[in-house]
Each structure stands twice: as C-alpha cells, then as structure tokens.
Write a protein that binds this ligand. Structure first.
Ligand code: NDP
Length: 271
C-alpha cells in the first residue's frame, strides 16, 4: 500500500508543489504519490474526508480559497493554526483524526530571513491582503519584532477584523489608499497576481529602500506585483517561490519526520 498525499484548492493545475515534493522524495528516498484535487468550498469537506479514508493517505496541503474551510474540518489544530484561524496542512492520524497546522508564516519568514537575508526585526512592514495566506503570515511576522506591522485590504472591513484578531501583537489596519509612510518591506498577500493585476495600494508605500515580496510565484520569478514594484524603483523584488518550497519542507517533515534540504528545490525550473 503506497503512501499518498494531496493538494486541495481551486485552481490547483498551476501548482508547482508536485515538482517540489518530487525533489524532496528523490533526496530522502521517500516514495509517495502526490495528487492535485481541484474542488470548491462546497465539495471540499466530502473530498477531504474521502481522501483521508483512502488506504495509505498520510496528509494534504490546502491552498486558496479553502484554508478557512480546512480549519473547520480538523479534529485538532496546532497553536499557530489556532492563531491564524486558517489551515494549510493536515496530517491524518487514525480513524477520523485530522490534525491541522499552518506553515505559511514559517515558510515566508524562513525565505525572507534565511534565504534572502531580508531583515524583519525593527522594520516597517505592510501586508496587503486579508485572506487565508495573510492570516497565516501576520502572527509569525509579528513574532520577528517589526517596528510596525500594518495590514491593508481591498475589502477594508476584513483587514480591520484581522487587525482586531492580532491586536495583542500590535498589528494595525489601514486603508489601501493611505497605508502610511513608505515601508521597508511590502508583502503582497493578495491573489491579484493570479489575474495579472496589482492591488490598488498607494505607490507612496514603496520607496527606493523598499523590499517588495509577492506570495504569488511564477517560473521566471516575475509577477504583476514584482514588475510594478520594480518599475517604482524598489530596492529588490521577490516572488513567493522560496516560500512555497520552505512551507513544503515543513509539510514534508510533518508527514515523514524528515527535514529535506531546500536549496535544490529552490532552483528555478528550466524554462
Ligand atoms: P484568498 O482567496 O483567501 O484571499 C485573496 C485575497 O486577495 C483577499 O484579501 C482579496 O481581497 C485579495 N484580492 C484578490 N484580488 C484582488 C485584486 N484584484 N486587488 C486587490 N486585492 C485582491 O487567497 P489566499 O490568501 O489563500 O492566497 C493569496 C495569494 O497568496 C495567492 O496568490 C496564493 O497563490 C499565494 N500564496 C502563496 C504561498 C506560497 O507558498 N508562495 C502560500 C500561500 C498563498 P478581498 O478580501 O477584498 O476580496
């Protein structure tokens, strides 16, 4: 009976996760099948339960727009998943036991700090977006000790809800049109790049000293947001490829108890 893992979301066809897990599998000699399951919020609970009941099913990643739904499907959750109110990783343990975790923040912080050498402590940080990904990254960024951490979203009420949720960690909400003086680090946690769009944030949020990071990723490292930030003269721009690899490494460790090396998987796929 082979071990099986999966990615649930919509859309998932574009995902590079299978390639990353294949690299980890080859590196560690761990054999398993990785499936992409495209489903809606309505079909997700049934699809997850059916997969969990399959012989060999070990766990799954959950991507947009299902991370909040996944939270509700878990029988137990890690502290960081509880704090986020969103789940991007589940592990199946025994009958009807689905353990939920959130590795988005750990993956982002590891990519920014360890791979790219971008400081967070003492910096002014703006997070754009208030969906499942923003929920996962706000707490771990706050834990790094930024001087200010602002969240802004197209639907401003959602940003205010998140700021209230994380108020104890000093996170504040601001309008997209007036997020505040230029930030050291601007993180695009919206899905706008998937539609080749840029969130309508005031350009004054960026300066020549700003590092711009888009959670969305592409094979050539460029997204609508990184191109926009680059054209504004940002100090550096990065897509979310490294974060994807780092959060996958966290998932792999949760499923197999082995921490893979990420350098090889972080190499861009050949065009
Ligand atoms: P959700 O669907 O949960 O949230 C989407 C967010 O994007 C909302 O805040 C929404 O605003 C905003 N948004 C969508 N379109 C626009 C637009 N045109 N202008 C402004 N805001 C917009 O998605 P997730 O939070 O799960 O994912 C967000 C992004 O992060 C995706 O691109 C995803 O691929 C990426 N991601 C990457 C990871 C990685 O490892 N690199 C990990 C996790 C996510 P509103 O509330 O107003 O609708």
């Amino acid at each position: 009976m082979g071990v099986r893992c999966a990615l649930f979301g919509h859309p998932v066809a574009h995902s590079r996760s299978p390639r990353i897990y294949q690299t980890f599998a080859e590196q560690t000699g761990q054999a398993f099948d990785f499936e992409l399951v495209d489903c809606t919020a309505e079909s997700f609970p049934t699809a997850l339960a059916a997969f969990a009941a399959t012989p060999g099913a070990r766990g799954a990643n959950i991507t947009l727009p299902l991370k909040l739904d996944a939270y509700g499907q878990c029988s137990a959750r890690s502290a960081r998943a509880e704090a986020a109110g969103a789940v991007n990783l589940v592990r199946f343990e025994g009958h009807n036991s689905i353990l939920g975790d959130n590795t988005d923040g750990a993956g982002l912080v590891r990519d920014l700090r360890d791979n790219l050498g971008v400081p967070i402590a003492g910096q002014r940080v703006l997070v754009i977006g208030a969906g499942g990904a923003a929920r996962g990254i706000l707490g771990p960024i706050a834990d790094c000790g930024p001087a200010a951490l602002i969240v802004a979203n197209r639907d401003s009420a959602k940003a205010e809800l998140l700021a209230a949720r994380f108020a104890a960690q000093g996170i504040r909400a601001a309008p997209l049109a007036r997020p505040g003086a230029a930030f050291d680090l601007v993180i695009n946690a919206t899905s706008a790049s998937l539609d080749n769009k840029v969130p309508e944030v005031a350009p004054s949020a960026l300066s020549p000293d700003t590092v711009a990071y888009d959670l969305a990723y592409s094979d050539d490292g460029q997204t609508a947001f990184t191109r926009w930030a680059d054209a504004l003269g940002s100090a550096s721009v990065h897509d979310g490829w490294g974060m994807l690899v780092e959060q996958a490494a966290e998932s792999f460790e949760a499923w197999f108890g082995l921490r893979p090396e990420t350098a090889q998987a972080r190499d861009r796929p050949q065009q």
